[in-house]
Design a protein around this ligand. Structure first.
Ligand code: AMP
Ligand code: ZN
Length: 115
């Protein structure tokens, strides 16, 4: 666990988000500032600061992020209509929490390309 990392504190149970899915390695919870009718985050419990810090040893874990995303999207009723997944990397992309997280947004349509 990294010091003063919000998502590490959620992973350890020190801070309790609105949990949608949890297993030994993964936590999914509602975003506190939703940008769509459905907006949740999927995070690894182990601390990885940004996408730039991913190593080959994390490949299975990243796959599990998407499996959890798909599962919760289905439970939230947006799987058929569609949803967007986004992982922001560093400040140019708008990353503000320094522990990787997959955004999953659904329940409305999205433009492409993004602004
Ligand atoms: P990013 O800007 O990609 O780093 O995304 C960080 C996300 O974390 C934003 O969508 C925030 O709304 C969300 N967030 C920040 N604090 C919390 C919290 N306490 N519980 C749930 N989501 C949070
Ligand atoms: Zn962390």
């Amino acid at each position: 666990m990294a010091d003063d990392c919000l998502f590490c504190k959620m992973a350890s149970g020190e801070i309790k988000p609105d949990i949608l899915y949890e297993d030994d390695e993964i936590l999914a919870f509602s975003d506190i500032n939703p940008q769509a009718p459905v907006h949740f985050l999927v995070v690894p419990k182990r601390h990885i600061t940004t996408l730039n810090d991913l190593e080959a040893e994390h490949a299975n874990l990243v796959g599990k992020l998407y499996l959890a995303a798909k599962r919760v999207a289905d439970e939230k009723g947006v799987a058929q209509g569609g949803y967007r997944t986004v992982m922001n990397c560093n400040t140019d992309a708008g990353q503000t929490v320094w522990h990787i997280h997959l955004h999953v947004l659904g329940g409305r349509t999205f433009t492409w390309p993004p602004g």
